[in-house]
Design a protein around this ligand. Structure first.
Ligand code: HAM
Length: 427
């Protein structure tokens, strides 16, 4: 027993080990190909940013900024820093700072961990991963539709079912202001049914009050004035332009006038893809248009639209629908005897890798029996034996571990210099 006490990981922050990590890698590879098919290019921004980027970008009166950010003061220079709770603000900051936006519009994506101090449950973690996609400099609604059609394709590529699209339009600032005044007046008339959080937010962020999960407030929320009813002709035309393109492509959607999203930067199009098969955390993807954010963060005004997918949720759904086979560790496992045998096996292995095979050379225990147990457990198709007899004859013994690849013989002797070619033909 170690004299040291174990150090536990943090609540809500998961370790991902094989074989699950291989599913992540497969998903990431598939996602990169999918993004490339639409011309999206990768961008990498730091995990740490100034706190004010998020307070300004996401909004002071949002759950994320009020209670979910991992923020601290850097003791070295007294700066207030935050671990990114999302990608959008950082990507916009970078695009402005690096002057990346103004010569032509950009299609960008990022993938990686983000951090929110939420109460962990299935599908909700404190470190989680997003696939974040941003189209910078496009006024839409053609690009709004492109993003949604891309997502519909991803669900098809992954074989996902039971995932539905909810749409709304948050209009423009003037329409939101008119609606906001009507909504505050309505909330004031119903103040007796508002819970504490709703009362606190009714003047600062009344839209979010309608996003309540409190059952006692549902009737009040259902009867509230709808922002959608305050949209002017241009906002409606944008929404209809999007719907027409979704109809063209046969992508089904429902208008959800209550959909407001948890970040303040949105205008016009907002959308979420939801499923009932992930328990309480059923939103797989959320996004929308944020035409004011670039200016709000100090850039020359430019329109933009994007979304983020929660990768844990996507993977959960994918593994339910189309469980991929457990990946093997290697194709060929080299078993050996004695120091000379190990050295010959190691050299042979390099030759096999030159031929493009995935190869493990046994390391550790020396007995043949335990080496074969490891070879079996590795998922290898063939074991290659380099013992005393093989060193003398100059030919390895190949033992086919899976009958479907074995052809006629289970075991054969192949000259060392023929080995790579021979295995390559049969694997
Ligand atoms: P969001 O809706 O806050 O949007 O997050 C996007 C997705 O991240 C959610 O739909 C969900 O799948 C996943 N997610 C959120 N919180 C958690 C959590 N605690 N644990 C696991 N998964 C989670 C944004 O972040 C915006 N930046 C999206 C965007 C990009 N809008 C425009 N461009």
């Amino acid at each position: 027993m170690s004299e040291f006490k174990k150090v536990a990981g943090l609540t809500g922050m998961k370790d991902t080990l094989p074989p699950e990590s291989a599913h992540w890698e497969r998903l990431e590879a598939l996602v990169r190909d999918w993004l490339a098919a639409y011309g999206y290019q990768n961008m990498r921004t730091p995990v740490l940013e100034h706190t004010r980027l998020f307070t300004r970008g996401i909004g002071e009166v949002t759950d994320i900024v009020e209670k979910e950010m991992y923020s601290f003061v850097d003791p070295l220079n007294d700066e207030r820093l935050t671990m990114r709770p999302e990608f959008t603000a950082g990507i916009v900051r970078s695009a402005i700072e690096q002057n990346f936006l103004y010569d032509r519009p950009r299609r960008i994506y990022a993938m990686g961990p983000v951090f929110r101090h939420e109460r962990p449950q299935r599908g909700r973690y404190r470190q989680f991963h997003q696939i974040d996609v941003e189209a910078l400099g496009f006024p839409g609604p053609d690009v709004d539709a492109e993003l949604i059609l891309m997502l519909a394709r991803l669900w098809r590529l992954l074989g996902l079912s039971d995932i539905r699209l909810e749409l709304n339009s948050l209009g423009q600032a003037s329409e939101r202001a008119a609606h906001r005044a009507a909504l505050i007046a309505y909330l004031e008339r119903h103040v007796d049914v508002l819970d504490e959080e709703a009362r606190r937010r009714m003047h600062s962020n009344p839209l979010r009050v309608l996003d309540t999960k409190n059952p006692a407030m549902q009737d009040m929320a259902n009867g509230a004035p709808r922002l959608f009813d305050f949209l002017g002709p241009e906002s409606l035309a944008h929404y209809q332009g999007l719907c027409a393109r979704l109809d063209d492509a046969g992508v089904a959607y429902t208008l959800n006038p209550r959909l407001v999203r948890g970040l303040d930067y949105y205008n016009l199009t907002v959308f979420e893809w939801v499923t009932d098969r992930l328990g309480a955390q059923g939103t797989v993807c959320g996004g929308g248009r944020y035409d004011g954010l670039i200016e709000l963060l100090g850039g020359k005004p430019a329109p933009a639209v994007g979304f983020a997918i929660g990768m844990e949720r996507l993977l959960d759904l994918w593994l339910q629908d189309a469980p991929p086979p457990t990946p093997d560790e290697c194709q060929v496992y080299l078993v050996h005897q004695g120091d000379d045998g190990q050295r010959r096996a190691a050299r042979l292995a390099e030759g096999l890798r030159d031929a493009g095979l995935r190869v493990l050379v046994h390391a550790g225990s020396t007995g043949f029996k335990s080496q074969f147990r490891r070879a079996d457990a590795s998922g290898a198709i063939a074991a290659v034996i380099v013992g005393g007899d093989e060193l003398v004859s100059g030919a390895a013994t190949v033992k086919w571990l899976r009958t479907e690849a074995s052809g006629e013989s289970q075991q054969e002797s192949i000259a060392f210099d023929q080995l790579a070619q021979h295995l390559k033909q049969r694997i």
